[in-house]
Structures are given as structure tokens and as C-alpha cells.
Design a protein around this ligand. Structure first.
Ligand SMILES: NC(=O)c1ccc[n+]([C@@H]2O[C@H](COP(=O)([O-])OP(=O)(O)OC[C@H]3O[C@@H](n4cnc5c(N)ncnc54)[C@H](OP(=O)(O)O)[C@@H]3O)[C@@H](O)[C@H]2O)c1
Length: 292
């Protein structure tokens, strides 16, 4: 049996429709327009396209988008000054500083300067700590999107064996913390694997839910997956080139082979990717509600 495809594009569309209703309600009942400030330093093409997509998503939902594009040579001091202004700007509910920052800027210093109540990316240590103790304000966007895909695809998490491949601070560690909470949509038994894990396949084959964020094309093959498992592929890898000269986008999972074994699977592109910006919008709406 071929696996059911979990479409992140469709789930994201449904969540955005729910958010649009909430944005209308905030404006009509309270005169509040949720505002997201994005700060981009330099002209890294990937960062420019992420920031553009975030601004567009805000506009589509009737939210306010304030975009700050600064030259690559902007000093750390000037950047900290801007963050401070945004912390105090009542029109701004969420602040996102697009990473990576130029080498002469201490990234952590800038991220830690963001008011935790406006930290819609969820990277401030206060919000990381809150997540761990189950009192999150803003769950980080990619893991939050993964959890939504699991829950909305009807995959039970209660008591499930979850195996996460990858231990990064932006995906692996936070999704592990989220799925082990004593809460609906969580309550799982979670194992986290990395490059020092002995016999990776032994772990992945036990997983009812397998989440892969390794950044390695075909890191997960069909033999490594339990029949019927739900497989969430977070990886984004550019391999080879298509006839038009563009790189091909693939995940970390050997999709064609694994879809013949898994019960449900996310594609790349069109899986986790579209969820990330949507969860940023969700966190910004939440920030506006929390302010009220
Ligand atoms: N779609 C989205 O919105 C989105 C968002 C974020 C990231 N991503 C993608 O997700 C992937 C992971 O990114 P990331 O930033 O979370 O991770 P990362 O910082 O690149 O780290 C990769 C992690 O995977 C582990 N790993 C790598 N190869 C492995 C292997 N063969 N077996 C077991 N573990 C392995 C590494 O172990 P060690 O710690 O031992 O080195 C590390 O913990 C990338 O492709 C990235 O582009 C997508």
C-alpha cells in the first residue's frame, strides 16, 4: 500500500483561513492589527526570499508587515538600537531577525535583545526554557508546524514511539521537548538520534512517528522505516540539476521507496516547508492576543 501524502500546503492553507478569521476579529472587536517586524541585514538571496514571503503572508492575512532592510556593514550597535526601538513600538507584536547575520555581528547578542514577549521565532532562551517546562509562549515555527502536521493528519501521539533524527536547536531539540509534554498532541515516548548514535536503523525501525531533520539526502531508506509509520521529512537538500539548470529540491528521506512502506509521509517540497511561515503568522497573532 502506498502511503497517504500529508500535504503541508493544504494544512497551511486551512490554518491561514483560521488565522484570517482571528485577525478580522482582533481588528473589529479591539481595533488591533497584529504587526510583524522583519529585520534583514545584507542581501543573502535565500534570506531575501524568506523575508519577502513573510511580508506577503502578513499582507494576505490583513496583518501589518514592517520590513527593515539594512546594509551588510550595519554595526552591531545600530542593530541593537533598532531591536530596542521595535521592542518599544506598540504597532509591533512580533520581531523576527532573519539569520544568518553578517560575521561581525554577535547573533546571540541580537537574538537575546528581543523582548521575549515579541520573540515570535521562539529562539530567546526564556522561550526555550518555557517550552521545556511546558509553558510555551511561542513554540519555534518549524517544530510547531511538524506537530500540526502530525495532529491534523490524524496520527495519534499518545504513547507513540517517536524517533527524531537530528539534534539542532531549531528543529530536533524543540520538537523532542514538544512531543514529550503531558498534553494533547504530545504524550509520546521520544528518542533523539544524531551522528554518534549507534545503529540508527535499530531506532528508526521502532518509530510509529519518524521525524527526520538531518540535512542529508536519502539518510532514511525504506529498510529503516516501520511499515505503517508516519514519516515527517524536514530536510531541504539541493541536488543535481534539472534540465532548466535549477537544482532539484529533495528531503532527507528516500521518498519514492519509503512511501511504499510508510502509512503517511510528507513530501519535499510541499510538506514541512509551507508550515513554517504559517506558524510564524500564528505566533504573531498570539502575540497580539497576549498583549490584549
Ligand atoms: N522546511 C523548513 O522549514 C526547515 C526548517 C529548518 C531546517 N530545515 C532543514 O532541515 C535539515 C536539518 O536542519 P537543522 O538546522 O535542524 O539541522 P543541522 O543544524 O543541519 O544539524 C543536523 C543534525 O542532524 C544530525 N545528522 C546529520 N546526519 C546524520 C546522520 N546520517 N545520522 C544521524 N544524524 C545525523 C546531526 O548530528 P550531529 O549533531 O551529531 O552533527 C545534527 O544534529 C536541513 O536540511 C534544513 O535545511 C528545514
Amino acid at each position: 500500500m502506498t502511503a497517504q501524502i500529508i500535504s503541508g500546503t493544504e494544512v497551511a492553507k486551512a490554518i491561514r483561513a483560521e488565522l484570517a478569521v482571528q485577525v478580522d476579529e482582533l481588528r473589529e472587536k479591539h481595533g488591533v492589527v497584529p504587526g510583524l517586524a522583519t529585520v534583514l541585514v545584507g542581501e543573502n538571496p535565500a534570506s531575501v526570499s524568506y523575508v519577502t514571503a513573510k511580508g506577503k503572508a502578513c499582507q494576505e492575512l490583513g496583518m501589518r508587515s514592517l520590513q527593515y532592510t539594512l546594509p551588510a556593514e550595519t554595526s552591531e550597535e545600530d542593530l541593537l538600537k533598532l531591536v530596542d526601538e521595535l521592542n518599544h513600538n506598540p504597532e509591533v507584536h512580533g520581531i523576527l531577525v532573519q539569520l544568518p547575520l553578517p560575521k561581525h555581528v554577535d547573533e546571540n547578542k541580537v537574538l537575546y535583545a528581543i523582548d521575549p514577549n515579541k520573540d515570535v521565532d521562539g529562539f530567546h532562551p526564556v522561550n526555550v526554557g518555557r517550552l521545556l517546562i511546558g509553558e510555551e509562549l511561542f513554540p519555534p515555527c518549524t517544530p510547531a508546524g511538524i506537530q500540526e502536521l502530525i495532529v491534523r493528519s490524524g496520527t495519534p501521539t499518545d504513547g507513540a514511539e517517536v524517533v527524531v533524527v537530528g539534534r539542532s536547536n531549531i528543529v530536533g531539540k524543540p520538537i523532542t521537548a514538544m512531543l514529550l509534554q503531558k498534553k494533547p498532541g504530545a504524550n509520546a515516548t521520544v528518542t533523539i538520534c544524531h551522528t554518534r548514535t549507534r545503529n540508527l536503523a535499530e531506532h528508526t525501525r521502532r518509530a510509529d512517528i519518524l521525524i527526520v531533520a538531518a540535512g542529508k539526502a536519502k539518510a532514511i531508506t525504506a529498510e529503516m522505516v516501520k511499515p505503517g509509520a508516519t514519516v515527517i521529512d524536514v530536510g531541504v537538500n539541493r541536488i543535481g540539476f534539472t534540465e532548466s539548470g535549477k537544482a532539484k529540491l529533495v528531503g532527507d528521506v528516500d521518498f519514492e521507496a519509503v512511501k511504499e512502506v510508510a502509512g503517511k509521509i510528507t513530501p519535499v517540497p510541499g510538506g514541512v516547508g509551507p508550515m513554517t511561515i504559517t506558524m510564524l503568522m500564528k505566533n504573531t497573532v498570539r502575540a497580539a492576543k497576549l498583549r490584549l
